[in-house]
Design a protein around this ligand. Structure first.
Ligand SMILES: *[C@@H]1O[C@H](CO)[C@@H](O)[C@H](O)[C@H]1NC(C)=O
Length: 160
């Protein structure tokens, strides 16, 4: 009896596990290619999440989204800012576009995390408004550079 209860508990846990799988920063980066479509590229990274049923998202999904924010921040500080400081001209401009795309990815992860928390009853309205404003501004910056080259930078980090 004890054994079958444990088995039921184990399978229930498996059903509830998050939808995201662990990825490297390089796997989820959208910084390469061209500017202008960062919002859709970022949403594609998180397409496993059912946005129509955020209330049932798992804690693992929240942790994944938090870890995306964290490794994108580290990539910005340790890879993009350093490279931009050392570059000039077209190369610096393309790195800056990659940095903005990285910010769109980071902020999209934050917004989705807040949407889950909201759907699960947390009061995150003021955080949501602040982060949405930053996201919208960065999306505008990306769109203003549409079609221009954007530089991917490799960075050694993993999501949760
Ligand atoms: C882009 O997002 C960052 C947060 O990563 C924010 O500090 C910055 O103000 C935003 N850019 C603009 C133009 O609002």
């Amino acid at each position: 009896m004890r054994f079958s209860i444990a088995l039921i508990a184990a399978s229930a846990a498996a059903v509830q596990a998050g939808v995201f799988t662990q990825k490297s920063y390089n796997d989820i980066s959208i910084s390469g290619g061209v500017a202008g479509n960062a919002e859709n590229e970022a949403l594609a990274v998180f397409s496993a999440l059912d946005q129509n049923n955020l209330a049932s998202a798992d804690k693992d999904d929240i942790d994944f989204l938090k870890s995306v924010n964290s490794i994108c921040n580290d990539a910005e500080d340790e890879a993009f800012n350093t490279a931009i400081d050392a570059a000039s001209g077209d190369a610096a401009d393309a790195l800056q576009r990659g940095k903005i795309k990285n910010k769109v990815l980071k902020l999209e992860a934050t917004i989705l995390r807040l949407k889950i928390q909201q759907a699960q009853g947390d009061d995150v309205a003021s955080d949501m408004a602040a982060e949405q404003k930053k996201l919208d501004n960065n999306i505008s910056q990306d769109e203003a550079e549409a079609g221009k080259p954007s530089t991917f930078l490799s960075f050694d980090a993993e999501t949760s």
